[in-house]
Design a protein around this ligand. Sequence first.
Ligand SMILES: NC(=O)c1ccc[n+]([C@@H]2O[C@H](COP(=O)([O-])OP(=O)(O)OC[C@H]3O[C@@H](n4cnc5c(N)ncnc54)[C@H](OP(=O)(O)O)[C@@H]3O)[C@@H](O)[C@H]2O)c1
Length: 329
Amino acid sequence: MKIAVVGATGMVGEVMLKVLAERNFPVTELIPVASEKSVGKEIEFKGNKYRVVNLATAVSMKPQIALFSAGGDTSKEWAPKFAEAGTTVIDNSSAWRMDADKKLVIPEINADVLTKDDKIIANPNCSTIQMLMALAPLHKKYTIKRVVVSTYQSITGTGVKAVQQLENEYTGAQGEMAYPYPIHRNAIPQCDVFEDNGYTKEEMKLVRETKKILGDDTVNVSATAIRIPVVGGHSEAVNIEFVNDFDVNDVRRLLHETPGVTVQDNTDTKTYPMPIYAEGKDDIFVGRIRRDESQPNTLNMWVVADNLRKGAATNTIQIAEYLTANGLV
Ligand SMILES: NC(=O)c1ccc[n+]([C@@H]2O[C@H](COP(=O)([O-])OP(=O)(O)OC[C@H]3O[C@@H](n4cnc5c(N)ncnc54)[C@H](OP(=O)(O)O)[C@@H]3O)[C@@H](O)[C@H]2O)c1
């Protein structure tokens, strides 16, 4: 297959190339795409060298699939042009996620909503993906009423600029700031921009995308998203109130049996998920599973995942795999 990777020189794009190679996705021709400043740059993929092209050239090359991770504005403008040329776009930005005509997909949860007519498909927000991988099986069994989530998000979620900011702060070098404040030795209670209701866009993504992916408007989410000076993955403290009661060991068993979820939960051995161990892995990791003793039918857990893998690149490529396996592309 002819595959375009839009944003191939970025944090997510680079991981996409790695995941495409690792999973042996049937790429016959790779089209790496980035901004004008990167055109002509050489990208290596499975031992072959490819030159970065611009978006217009990529459209004219008519790839079967275009994997987008180049920001919302690029997606808004260019995804329809690819779609018009017959390319199926899988988009990592927030541009199309809440569009009523576009599917928002975590393959393990709702790949069955996809059809041949879907030419622009949205990949959910990284924090939403890892939370829902753990919540979806529990919702099916116990019915979620309300979720209160606090995130501790990796700087890799903000792209190459943020990683550079932290590097500069370590070494004392001057450089461009990705955040409004220093991130080294800090915790910034702002991921993305603020909305009129006082929440950030990142927090509202957790609220809105959850309802859309679970196909259930009754699931209420309250979120606080924090940026911390960590690489390797996002962590989330999740408090879930269910309609029905549960047994904590059944919860552990259910999560253990869920494909894509690894339970790391043993207080005796100090076993729990952490971003330095989640880095580079495709699973999402769940631990600190315990009953909330302050109110009935309520559970606490800690969910960690590499935001660049399952939170972005891996989920995107799983969607592409589903499309090809089911003749939808
Ligand atoms: N990082 C995450 O965990 C994560 C997770 C889920 C979704 N996302 C989304 O994925 C997208 C990329 O994120 P990232 O972290 O990879 O950012 P990044 O490291 O800053 O990379 C951005 C990429 O987009 C390209 N690009 C920027 N403007 C462009 C334009 N006008 N035309 C063509 N290409 C352009 C850049 O090319 P140049 O190198 O030429 O500038 C680069 O390849 C964003 O929409 C982000 O919201 C990120």
